[in-house]
Write a protein that binds this ligand. Sequence first.
Ligand SMILES: [Zn+2]
Length: 257
Amino acid sequence: MVLIDTHSHIYLPEFEKDASQVFERAEKEGVNKVLMPAIDSSTHLSMIGLEKQNPERFFCMMGLHPCSVKDNFREELKIAREYLDKRHFVAVGEIGLDFYWDKTFTEQQYEAFHTQVEWAIHFDIPIVIHSRNSTDECIKVVAEHQKGKLKGVFHCFSGSVEQARQVIDLGFYLGIGGVVTFKNAGLDKVIESVGLEYVLLETDAPYLAPVPFRGKRNEPSYLRYVVDKLADLKKSSAQEVAVVTTKNAEKLFNLIN
Ligand SMILES: [Zn+2]
C-alpha cells in the first residue's frame, strides 16, 4: 500500500526527539511521501532542512498560516514570496482564515489570503486552505479567484455535505484526516456523499490524531486509521482508498516526474 500524507508538520519540535522512528513507522505503513505546510518564518528553515535530508520523500509548501497573521504580516509575506521566487514548492500553504481563536486580525487575514491565492495562480501551483470556523468565507474567496486556473484542497475539511459540494464544484479537493474517526464529527455523511476522487489523505500531525490515539501526538503512520475508516464508510477496501487518494495527491501536487 502506498500512501501520501498531504499535510504534516513533522518539522515541529514535537518530533525532535524521535524523528527517525516516526519516519520508520511511516515507511512501514507505506507512507512514502509527506507534504509539509509552512507556518511562518519561525519554522521555514526547519521545514526546508528536513526536505534537504530526503527530497524524494519530504516536500515543502510555502506560505503564511492565518494564525500567524499579526501586525508584521506584510514582512512575513515578503519572506514567503522571496522563497517562492527562488525555487519550486509543491503548493502555497497553508493559507486561509481562522476565526476560531481570534478575530483581531480578520482584515489582515483576508488580505494575506487574497495575496497568496494570487501567488499560486502566478506560479501555477495549488493552494492548501486552512478554514477553521470559516468554511463559507474561504469558499467565497476561492470562488472570487476561480477563473479556471486555481486548484487546491480544503485541508481538514469539516463542513457540511452542501459545503463539500461547493468545494468540489470549485474544482477543489477535501483533505480528510483523523477527525473522520471521531464520533459525532459529522464527516460520515460528507464522505458517504462524495466520491473518493475528491479526497486527499492527511494527518495534520502533530495535531488531530485519529481514534484510538485521539488527544495524543499524531504522526504520518497513523494515516492507516484514516484509510480504514474511509474504506469502511465507502464500503470499499483499504487498498482501493489508498490507490485513489494517492493518485489524487500525485495529480494535484504534480508529484510524478
Ligand atoms: Zn496544518
